[in-house]
Design a protein around this ligand. Sequence first.
Ligand code: GUN
Length: 294
Amino acid sequence: MTAELLDGRATSAKIREEVTAEVEQLKAEHGVVPGLATVLVGEDPASKSYVGMKEKQCRQAGMHAVGVHLPEDIGQADLLAELAKLNANPEIHGILLQLPLPEHLDEDQALSAIALEKDVDGFHPVNIARLTLQGVEPTFVPCMPLGCVELLDRYGVLIKGREAVVLGTSNIVGLPTAMLLLHRGATLTICHPHTEDLGGTSRRADILVAAIDQPRMVKSDWVKPGAAVIDVGWSRVKDETAEGGYRVVGNVDFDEVLDVAGHVTPVPGGTGPMTIAVLLQNTLLSARRSVGAA
Ligand code: GUN
């Protein structure tokens, strides 16, 4: 069997087209331009690159994007003051605080300071709590997890009643993805560093989400034939045969798993582009709500 690709590049391009058309319509009907503020603290090259991509794609979709770049040694009070300014700015409908923050800053307090109605990343502790509870909706769902589920939906992969295994418990991906799958009716297992039989547990999954930050850890014998495999990993590994001597890989050994899985996300070009597309959707939704059009 050769798995069908869950093509995040093509799917996110389609979503961006949909968002661009809706942004146009919102401008025409309500005179509102959706605005996103990205807040970056420090000089981490990967974070800088993510934030740059988010801003660029916002502008390409006709949105307003503001990049707030703060020094590595900023104090907590000054960071909170910057967030308060963005909360009060009517041109800004979404605020994204790029994580991780430098160690001296209190991440929980900073995320809590973002206005709930502008928390397009869905990481405000109240939104995370709402995501775990039955019967209450967060104002926004985190982008990477929602992007994973959107990919499954757009490829017609059934979630309800199926076994989902999530490898990893991070606040950004593992935990919120697990909660989304649970609320969509999957029977859920979450694996962590104390899980004894990672491979055997993974092999039970109809939907396997790999978010363990270990390059190519998921091998073909971890995958049930026909399963949908979602890879949220991204690492650069040495490879003499690749251009520049490096290759970008995920947490899944893609070449092996392709022969066993029913569906699989490539890396790059899977969950990464979906994350930004969902961020645009969330920012548009926030702008719609601000004029009572959602
Ligand atoms: N760091 C890594 N991924 C993300 C993300 O999706 N949002 C934010 N805010 N920070 C991140």
